[in-house]
Design a protein around this ligand. Structure first.
Ligand code: B12
Ligand code: SF4
Length: 488
C-alpha cells in the first residue's frame, strides 16, 4: 500500500513491508513473483500499477493492508480488475484478517487470515492444480455468491525451515530509505504474550511467542546487507519478551561482524529498565542506534485503560517499584542510543492537563517523539471501550493512521487533542536535527529541508511572524493531510 502517516514522511522514510518479501520467499519455485511496495511511488500509484500489470501480466495479485489503507486498497483492486478482468485477487495482513467481512463486497477472490506464508503457498497450489480450497486453514474464499471461512491456522512455531527466508530479489521497485541510508526489515520472532488494549496482535494470533534460529536471522541480515542495506529495522512484535535471547542475539550479531550496520528496534520499558545493566551495553555494541520505547503514557490511570501497566513496571528484588520509563531511558542514553518515545494521548479520561503532562515528559526525555492517539482498530478491546462510551467521532477509516484523532475524550473534542499533540510535536522533532546532522550530514544538506517542510506544513510567512494563529495553521495542515490521503 502507498499510504503513510505523519511520523513516516515519505521523502525521508520509506520502509519495506516485511510481509511481501516473506510471502515471495515462500511460494513454490516454478512461480514468477514480483513485489511492488507502493510506498516507493506514493505519488504515481495509478501509473505504476498500470505499468506493472501490463508488463508482468499477473494471474494473481495480492495486497497487504492495514485498516487506514482499506480505502486505497479498494481503489487499487478496482484498477487492477479494470486492467485485467480475469485476474484473481487475494488480500492479507491486519485489516483483512480482523475485518474480513469488509472485503466481501470488494471484488476480492481470496482472503488470507493471520500468518500468510503457508496458507498462500497452499492457495497457489490449489489454484494451479485446480483442486478445492476447503482444506486450506486460514483461508476465506468466494464460492459463487457466498464466502466460505475455513478454520483458523494455528500460529507457526518457526522452528523448522518450513517458512523459508524472504526473497528480496522479487522487488521490482527501488528506493527504500531511512534518512538517506538504505533500510530493510528483519524478523527474529513473532508474537507477544501481553494484551495491551489498543494492540491488534492478540486478536490476530493469540498470546504466544515464537522465534527463528539465530543462523536464519544472521543469514537474513547478511542477505539484506548484500542487497545494499545499511540500516536494519527489527520488526518483531516484542523482541524484549525474552531478554536473555535478545542479549544472545546481540552477541551473535557482534560475533558475525554484522554490528557495523545501524539497528532500530521496538522495546518494552520494563525489559530495558530491569535488564539494562547488561542488555544496553550489548545493544550498543551490536549497533543499535534508535530504540522505539512503548512508553504509552506516563500516568497510571491511562496505563490501566491501555492495559499497559505491566509492561511498564520496574522490578527490584522481585518487587514492583513503579514506572520503568525513566530508568529505561537513562540506560539507553548512557549507552549512546536514542529514544523514540511511543506515547498515546487522548484516552477517555484525558484532560488538557493529563495530555500536557505527557507532552512535557516527551519534551524533556525523548529524542524523537512518536506520539499517537488511541485508534479503534477492528476487534481490539479498546475499540469496544470507546464505542460503549460513544466517543468514536469518525468512521472514515483512512483517518485511522494514529496521528489523526478519531476519538474524543470525556473532556476534550478530538480536534483539540490532535491540535495539542501536533503543536508540541513539531518543535520536539527540531531538537533532534543536530544528531542527524552528525550522522548523515550530506543527507541533511540535500534533503533535510524537505523533512523540515513536511514537519511544518501548513505554516506560512504570516504564521512565522506571529500574524496568524496556530489554529489557522493547524486547519491548513489538516486540509493538506486530507489531500495527501488520495493516493490512488
Ligand atoms: C514493524 C511495524 C511497523 C513499522 C514498520 C512498518 C513496515 N513498513 O513494515 C513502523 C514502526 C514503521 C510501523 C508503522 C505503522 N504501523 Co505498524 N506495526 C509493526 C508491527 C510491530 C510488525 C509488523 C510486521 O512487519 N510484522 C512482520 C510481518 C511478516 O508480518 P505481517 O505484517 O503480519 O504479515 C503477515 C500476515 O499478516 C500475512 N499478510 C500480510 N500481508 C499479506 C498479504 C497477502 C496477499 C497475504 C496472502 C498475506 C499477508 O502474511 C504475513 C506473513 O505471515 C505490527 C504489529 C504489532 N505487534 O504492533 C504493527 C502494526 C501492523 N502497525 C500498525 C499501525 C496502525 C501502524 C501505523 C499506521 C501507526 C503506528 N501504530 O505506528 C504506522 C503506518 C506506517 C506507514 N505505512 O506509514 C497496526 C495495524 C493495525 C490495523 N488494524 O491496521 C499494528 C498491527 C500495530 C497495532 N496498533 O496493533 N509499523
Ligand atoms: S507489548 Fe507491544 S506487541 Fe505486546 S500487546 Fe502490548 S503493544 Fe502489542
Amino acid at each position: 500500500m502507498p499510504d503513510s502517516f505523519e511520523h513516516m514522511p515519505p521523502h525521508a522514510i520509506r520502509m519495506p513491508n516485511g510481509a511481501l518479501t516473506s510471502l515471495a520467499g515462500n511460494v513454490d519455485p516454478q512461480h514468477r513473483v514480483a513485489v511492488a511496495d507502493l510506498i516507493l511511488v506514493q505519488r504515481q500509484v495509478r501509473e505504476t500499477v498500470t505499468r506493472l500489470v501490463r508488463e508482468l501480466d499477473p494471474e494473481i495479485v495480492g495486497l497487504s493492508i492495514m485498516t487506514f489503507q482499506r480505502r486505497t486498497a479498494g481503489r487499487i483492486i478496482e484498477l487492477v480488475r479494470a486492467l485485467r478482468p480475469g485476474v484473481k485477487i487475494v488480500v492479507g495482513g491486519y485489516d483483512p484478517s480482523l475485518a474480513p467481512e469488509a472485503y466481501e463486497e470488494m471484488g476480492v477472490d481470496y482472503l488470507v487470515r493471520s500468518e500468510g506464508e503457508v496458507t498462500f503457498r497452499e492457495l497457489l497450489r490449489a489454484v494451479e492444480q485446480g483442486s478445492g480450497f476447503d482444506r486450506i486453514c486460514g483461508l476465506s474464499y468466494r464460492n459463487g455468491e457466498c464466502w466460505v471461512h475455513n478454520p483458523d491456522r494455528p500460529p507457526h512455531r518457526l522452528e523448522d525451515s518450513e517458512i523459508r527466508p524472504p526473497n528480496r530479489d522479487a522487488r521490482v521497485l527501488k528506493g527504500y530509505t531511512l534518512m538517506g541510508r538504505q533500510v530493510d526489515v528483519i524478523e527474529t520472532s513473532r508474537g507477544c504474550t501481553y494484551d495491551c488494549s489498543f494492540c491488534s496482535i492478540i486478536e490476530m494470533r493469540g498470546r504466544n511467542f515464537h522465534t527463528y534460529s539465530f543462523d536464519r536471522v544472521l543469514d537474513d541480515i547478511r542477505d539484506a546487507r548484500d542487497h545494499g542495506t545499511r540500516t536494519i529495522f527489527l520488526v518483531d512484535d516484542n523482541i524484549t519478551l525474552n531478554v536473555r535471547r535478545f542479549e544472545a542475539l546481540c552477541e551473535a550479531i557482534i560475533a558475525a561482524g554484522l554490528h557495523k550496520l545501524d539497528y532500530f528496534v521496538q522495546a518494552m520499558t520494563s525489559a530495558i529498565a530491569n535488564h539494562g545493566e547488561t542488555l544496553a551495553p550489548l545493544m550498543r555494541r551490536a549497533g543499535f542506534r534508535y530504540v522505539f520505547l512503548g512508553i504509552e503514557n506516563i500516568l497510571e490511570g491511562d496505563l490501566e485503560f491501555l492495559r499497559a501497566s505491566a509492561k511498564n513496571t520496574e522490578r527490584t528484588d522481585g518487587q514492583n517499584t513503579g514506572n520503568a520509563t525513566l530508568k529505561a531511558i537513562d540506560y539507553l542514553h548512557r549507552n549512546q542510543m536514542y529514544v523514540v518515545g511511543g506515547l498515546i494521548v487522548g484516552s477517555p479520561d484525558d484532560t488538557r492537563e493529563s495530555i500536557e503532562a505527557n507532552l512535557e515528559f516527551a519534551r524533556r526525555y525523548v529524542d524523537w517523539p512518536y506520539i499517537q492517539h488511541p485508534t479503534p482498530y477492528p476487534r481490539t478491546p479498546m475499540t469496544k471501550d470507546f464505542r460503549d462510551q460513544g466517543l468514536i467521532m469518525s468512521e472514515r477509516l483512512e483517518e485511522y493512521d494514529g496521528t489523526t484523532a478519531v476519538v474524543r475524550t470525556q473532556h476534550l473534542p478530538a480536534e483539540e487533542v490532535e491540535f495539542m499533540r501536533w503543536k508540541a510535536e513539531r518543535w520536539m522533532k527540531i531538537h533532534h536535527i543536530p544528531v542527524v546532522v552528525r550522522h548523515d550530514p550530506r543527507w541533511v544538506l540535500f534533503e533535510g529541508w524537505k523533512m523540515f517542510a513536511h514537519t511544518f506544513r501548513g505554516s506560512s510567512i504570516r504564521s512565522a511572524l506571529g500574524l496568524e494563529s496556530e489554529k489557522k495553521v493547524f486547519e491548513r495542515y489538516r486540509a493538506i493531510r486530507r489531500d495527501e490521503r488520495e493516493y490512488a
